[in-house]
Design a protein around this ligand. Structure first.
Ligand SMILES: *[C@@H]1O[C@H](CO)[C@@H](O)[C@H](O)[C@H]1NC(C)=O
Ligand SMILES: *[C@@H]1O[C@H](CO)[C@@H](O)[C@H](O)[C@H]1NC(C)=O
Ligand SMILES: *[C@@H]1O[C@H](CO)[C@@H](O)[C@H](O)[C@H]1NC(C)=O
Ligand SMILES: *[C@@H]1O[C@H](CO)[C@@H](O)[C@H](O)[C@H]1NC(C)=O
Ligand SMILES: *[C@@H]1O[C@H](CO)[C@@H](O)[C@H](O)[C@H]1NC(C)=O
Ligand SMILES: *[C@@H]1O[C@H](CO)[C@@H](O)[C@H](O)[C@H]1NC(C)=O
Ligand SMILES: *[C@@H]1O[C@H](CO)[C@@H](O)[C@H](O)[C@H]1NC(C)=O
Ligand SMILES: *[C@@H]1O[C@H](CO)[C@@H](O)[C@H](O)[C@H]1NC(C)=O
Length: 647
């Protein structure tokens, strides 16, 4: 009896199995060749028909995953996912025999070679993801054949050449991710046809020309990222109608003046980051009525006027960055809106006081005339020297300082004591060392990982190329601006040693080794490193590298500024891995100013004149002016010879 019913059951099962059509033999052959080509047999052992719905690889969470459409008399492979499995080697031609594919996810591998032109044969594709790989060569124009595409990504690769105009045929496209892809040149006008676009990530590319006006006609645009490109302003006036925009990030625009007039009606914004975009004019009052605005970063622009009184009315604002502008007036005593976490007003000619009810908000007022009751008198007066308008006289000047950035006190092999700098910094912090010899400020928020490392990182791995491994096992990081200030220094010529070791990024053969960190370094306002890449210059991860510079202290302060200019990958090996990183700093006096031509007094007079002449609080502008002046006076002042620039 039991046996009989079992046989019936078995028969019934067999029938069902037989009822499912088999996969098109050509596709079975192709998928097996792909599996062998990418060495995936151990992870995807196709013991059965690839389209068997009950196979382990068909589950929605499976990786690798194959899924099919069996509505016909034969099954066709429609979905293929090989995600973050470190497959390497080129894209095999057999892939293009899977002509019914509509979803191909090859993200986060180390696939190399170029994107074959035959990819255009996959004309049913809706989702195509090739981001974070090691692809080279051009973006094939045949991608334009995939007119059903809804989402296309080839970001974080090493592609070359221009974006093909044929991409303009992808009129259904909603998401385009091409950040850090390697593309260059002008954005083709044909892309104006991508009217369905909702998300465009195009940061960290060498795209040139003006920001296209047509972007303002993509009425559904929600996310636009154009940080660290070679694009020029102005920000097109057409952007004024992009009322669905939630996340707008543009940085480091050359030429052309911009104003903020266009944001007036962009009330859906939750992130507005327009750093170093040559934006002048006033801050629009209406911003404070944007109900979702959480991050507002307008730092490194030319904004004038005051902080609008309406700013106390922000309902969602958490991070407000207004540093390095030309804003003035009293800091409003009620500037702290209910949800504010960080406020940076540094390097503006502001006056007034830090609001007494600051709670545990991190506030940076360096380079302003704002009084911060939390600062000791001595620190406050030394930090005032950073304003550039006061000639500072220090009672007992020092001639050196050393910092173990992000770490605890260490004595190096050659006997130098590096001070503790292990304090937790906030999103707009200033910390002054206990000996008052230096201070550090960090400004910015790792947007995609706000609860990540609090602006310092560490590793257990031994650091090579140095006898001082411990010094490099900790480092300060910052998503935007990281500044070390030497305080109370005797005026004179100084040597600055910056110690670096890449400890967040990998140099393995995994996709985790594909990250690129790029940032700039300014010393006393002069750019000494541009697009600096620690890992490539040190020849690997966890390898020490010391860069040495000379600079002069003329007003008791030294300003070492590490700044992110939107370049490099964003998220390898994990979210928010970018921006400046520094392991240790050692600054020491080389000589006092020598009275070479008897013109010392004369020179000091001129420097002071410039400093006062260029106004209150504008250290950067003053430094530029100062360097310009120094250039014009070859007999007296010279730019440091050491200005390494790596390409
Ligand atoms: C898949 O499994 C389900 C239940 O687990 C079963 O009902 C179905 O018949 C199976 N299909 C095939 C094709 O094996
Ligand atoms: C694949 O599965 C078959 C049958 O279960 C087995 O004999 C074979 O060893 C497996 N191959 C790999 C590479 O795991
Ligand atoms: C791709 O990488 C493989 C090794 O993983 C290498 O043999 C091959 O030459 C590379 N192809 C190209 C085009 O660089
Ligand atoms: C474009 O797609 C069609 C099928 O829709 C195909 O016949 C043609 O070969 C493809 N062209 C290219 C350049 O891949
Ligand atoms: C914002 O909307 C109002 C009302 O529709 C309109 O008058 C104004 O011109 C718009 N502002 C911008 C900058 O487009
Ligand atoms: C702030 O909001 C309150 C309540 O909505 C309103 O009355 C006031 O005018 C606003 N203040 C400013 C300066 O906009
Ligand atoms: C990427 O390809 C380059 C050659 O183009 C090679 O030097 C590098 O090692 C590859 N990266 C990884 C992580 O495989
Ligand atoms: C620093 O001062 C020295 C000595 O006065 C001078 O030779 C040099 O050019 C100065 N460097 C800069 C960058 O001004």
């Amino acid at each position: 009896m039991g046996l009989l019913s079992f046989s019936f059951f078995a028969l019934w099962v067999l029938e069902i199995v037989a009822a499912q059509p088999k996969t098109e033999p050509r596709e079975v052959d192709a998928i097996n060749k792909i599996i062998d080509h990418w060495n995936l047999r151990s992870k995807l052992n196709l013991t059965d028909d690839p389209c068997n719905q009950n196979a382990s690889w068909a589950a929605t969470t499976a990786n690798p995953r194959i899924a099919c459409d069996c509505s016909d008399t034969v099954c066709h492979i429609t979905h293929l996912k090989i995600y973050a499995l470190d497959v390497y080697g080129e894209i095999p031609q057999e892939l293009f025999l899977l002509t019914e594919l509509m979803d191909l996810n090859l993200n986060q591998n180390v696939i190399n070679g170029s994107i074959p032109r035959a990819i255009g044969q996959l004309s049913k594709m809706e989702y195509l993801a090739m981001g974070i790989n090691n692809l080279t060569g051009p973006v094939p124009s045949e991608l334009g054949n995939m007119t059903k595409l809804l989402s296309l990504s080839f970001g974080s690769n090493n592609l070359q050449g221009n974006l093909p105009p044929e991409l303009g045929k992808l009129t259904a496209l909603q998401q385009l991710y091409i950040d850090s892809s390697g593309v260059s040149g002008p954005i083709p006008h044909e892309l104006s046809n991508l009217k369905s676009l909702q998300i465009l990530w195009a940061s960290d590319n060498r795209l040139t020309g003006k920001i296209p006006e047509f972007l303002g006609t993509f009425k559904g645009l929600k996310v636009l990222r154009l940080e660290g490109t070679n694009l020029e302003g102005p920000i097109p006036g057409s952007f004024r109608t992009l009322t669905k925009l939630e996340d707008l990030r543009i940085s480091d625009l050359d030429a052309s003046d911009n104003s903020l007039d266009f944001v007036e009606n962009l009330t859906s914004l939750s992130i507005l980051s327009l750093r170093n975009c040559q934006i002048g004019g006033k801050i629009p009052e209406k911003l404070s009525a944007f109900p979702n605005l959480k991050i507002l970063d307008l730092s490194f622009n030319k904004l004038t006027g005051q902080i609008p009184a309406s700013f106390k009315n922000f309902s969602s604002l958490e991070y407000l960055y207004l540093g390095s502008n030309n804003l003035n007036g009293d800091l409003p005593s009620d500037v702290i809106s209910p949800k504010l976490i960080a406020l940076d007003v540094s390097f503006n000619p502001f006056t007034g006081n830090v609001p007494p009810d600051r709670k545990d908000i991190s506030i940076n007022v360096v380079g302003t005339s704002i009084n911060d009751v939390n600062l000791k008198n001595e620190e406050a007066s030394m930090l005032h020297c950073l304003q550039g308008n006061t000639k500072c006289r220090i009672k007992d000047p020092s001639t050196s300082f050393s910092v173990n950035c992000g770490g605890t006190e260490q004595v190096s092999e050659n006997g130098i004591k590096y001070d503790d700098d292990s304090n937790i910094l906030g999103a707009a912090s200033l910390y002054t060392s206990t000996n008052n010899q230096w201070a550090v400020s960090s400004s910015g928020i790792f947007i995609s990982n706000p609860n990540g490392p609090r602006y310092k990182v560490e590793t257990d791995t031994q650091i090579t190329n140095t006898l001082d491994s411990e010094l490099y096992k900790t480092a300060r990081i910052s998503p935007n601006s990281l500044r070390y200030y030497g305080l109370g220094l005797e005026n004179g010529v100084y040597q600055i040693e910056l110690h670096f070791a890449e400890i967040q990024m990998d140099d393995s053969t995994s996709w985790k080794g594909l990250g690129r960190r790029l940032f700039d370094v300014y010393i006393q306002g002069k750019k000494v490193l541009e697009d600096f890449n620690i890992l490539s210059e040190a020849g690997g991860s966890k390898k020490a590298l010391i860069k040495t510079f000379n600079a002069n202290v003329t007003n008791s302060v030294m300003d070492i500024h590490l700044l992110w200019a939107g370049k490099g990958t964003c998220c390898i090996p994990f979210q928010s891995t970018y921006g400046p990183l520094v392991s240790a700093i050692h600054v020491s006096q080389v000589s006092e100013f020598k009275d070479l031509s008897g013109s010392k007094k004369n020179r000091t007079g001129k420097i002071l004149g410039i400093a006062i002449g260029c106004g209150v609080g504008l250290l950067i502008a003053c430094s530029i002016l100062y360097v310009w002046w120094a250039k014009k006076e070859p007999g007296h002042m010279r730019i440091p010879v050491d200005s390494p620039r790596k390409d």
